[in-house]
Design a protein around this ligand. Structure first.
Ligand code: HSE
Length: 440
């Protein structure tokens, strides 16, 4: 018998869960019209009973809609859609597996889970003629997953370059604007609630790596898991690097890159100097942006808030609406897993970039010659040299920017330069966006 409404079970009632409930209530009539039938929030499951019930009451949801057991969603044949917002791999994986096996549509914001187990869960959804939607798992409110899967489906994607982590973007923006160092800006981000008490996932790049894995898998139709993404965080970025970046005409950002060439796929997250005329350079504070290049679209950029109650709820409820429309029109399992190829993933040594090198050396004749000799032997060509400053102890800080070169050559050169007697410290080596990074 055709359904006259769709019922939703919400698993996890934290910030995003609360936002989803509010949007479903506030935009109820609009959503019903757009879906051609009502979408009803039927059950809220969360282990924190007191806080959940209090929050439910504050937004007008009755207490009897609360349960502490996920089985009240999974085993309830009246509930069509399970929305998973508890995060983390376990037990979300087991709960979603059970729900898909029951034929429920699952909507999730869980990037950890999709980046590590997305392939098997999508496969399971297809086997049970249902769907797994995860728009909110990448860049919160920015609609990029369905855009890649549907609106840009005509395209051969060449590259995705994104600012995918609001916390690190906030920290780097503050460092650049206020001239403060990393730890002060991190503390400020924690005070404002942008960074967690344990900031590792954000500042070491793991959060962005999960998002790159998800985007790359969709863009190149080949499964890439988060552990296959090369990752470097921002903890070694100093205020001196930010200062030199400015002087050289760049802005420092943490970028996620997914790129395809004939030799395979590159998937990486690391700090990068971006020219000030690139559209990503003006993406500041907690904002995210995803820059996509493909044929026939050319270059396009998507911008917005990558986290937070309402931006993320927008993506989750969008998925609920899509699921409801498919239930209404009996068109479930329409797309499924799009990873139908097995492409090679290139090791980081094959990535080609320009590099900024900051090093402290003895300030005497012949030092630069020793360094440039090593770079030359490794086929590293120098684009710019700054003798940035001379310290009171007679040492000097040198800043070099190279032309494009394969990372393996750069690493070998750096190891040899480090071993020179006249070099007391390699302050930092940072990739610089080059000719092959879709600059204009
Ligand atoms: N912690 C993330 C960020 C948001 O700072 O962007 C959730 O992925």
């Amino acid at each position: 018998m055709a359904k006259d409404k769709v019922k939703v079970g919400l698993l996890g009632f934290g910030t995003i869960g609360g936002g989803v409930a509010k949007v479903l209530l506030q935009n109820k009539d609009l959503i019903a019209s757009r879906c051609s039938m009502p979408v009803e929030l039927a059950l809220v499951v969360d282990l924190a009973k007191e806080a959940t019930v209090a929050k439910m009451e504050s937004i007008g949801l009755p207490q009897n809609m609360y349960s502490s057991s996920v089985n009240d969603i999974i085993d309830n044949d009246d509930i069509d859609i399970m929305v998973e917002l508890i995060g983390g791999v376990h037990p979300a994986l087991e709960f979603i597996t059970d729900a898909l096996k029951k034929g429920k549509t699952v909507v999730t914001a869980n990037k950890d889970l999709i980046a590590s187990h997305g392939g098997e869960l999508l496969q399971l959804a297809s086997e049970h003629n249902t769907d797994l939607h995860f728009e909110a798992s990448v860049a919160g409110g920015i609609p990029i997953i369905h855009t890649l899967k549907e609106s840009l489906a005509a395209n051969q994607i060449q590259e995705i370059m994104g600012i995918l982590n609001g916390t690190t973007n906030y920290i780097l923006t503050q460092m650049a604007e206020k001239g403060l160092d990393f730890s002060v800006c991190l503390q400020e981000a924690q005070k404002l609630g942008y960074a967690e008490a344990n900031p590792t996932n954000d500042v070491e790049g793991f959060d962005a790596a999960r998002k790159v894995a998800i985007l790359a898998s969709i863009a190149f139709n080949s499964r890439i898991t988060d552990d296959q993404v090369y990752v470097e965080g921002i903890t070694k970025i100093s205020d001196r690097d930010i200062m030199y970046a400015k002087e050289l005409g760049y802005v420092l950002k943490t970028v996620g890159i997914a790129k395809e060439s004939e030799s395979g796929i590159e998937a990486r997250v690391h700090p990068m100097m971006i020219p000030t005329d690139h559209p990503l350079s003006s993406v500041n504070d907690v904002y995210n942006a995803v820059f996509v290049e493909g044929f026939p679209i050319g270059k396009t950029m998507f911008y917005g808030k990558g986290a937070g109650e309402f931006p993320t709820a927008s993506a989750v409820v969008g998925d609920i609406i899509m699921a409801t429309r498919d239930i209404h029109s009996n068109t479930r399992a329409r797309i499924g897993c799009t990873c139908f190829e097995h492409k090679r993933i290139k090791p980081i040594g094959e990535a080609v970039c320009k590099y900024y090198i900051r090093l402290t050396v003895t300030d005497k004749p012949g030092v630069l010659a020793q360094i440039t000799k090593i770079l030359g032997e490794q086929e590293v060509s120098i684009a710019t040299v700054l003798q940035a400053c001379t310290f009171a102890d007679g040492r000097a800080e040198l800043v070099l920017v190279t032309h494009q070169v394969a990372e393996a050559h750069m690493r070998k050169a750096i190891d040899e330069i480090k071993a020179l007697q006249c070099v007391s410290e390699i302050g930092n080596v940072i990739r610089v966006a080059g000719e092959n990074d879709n600059l204009k």
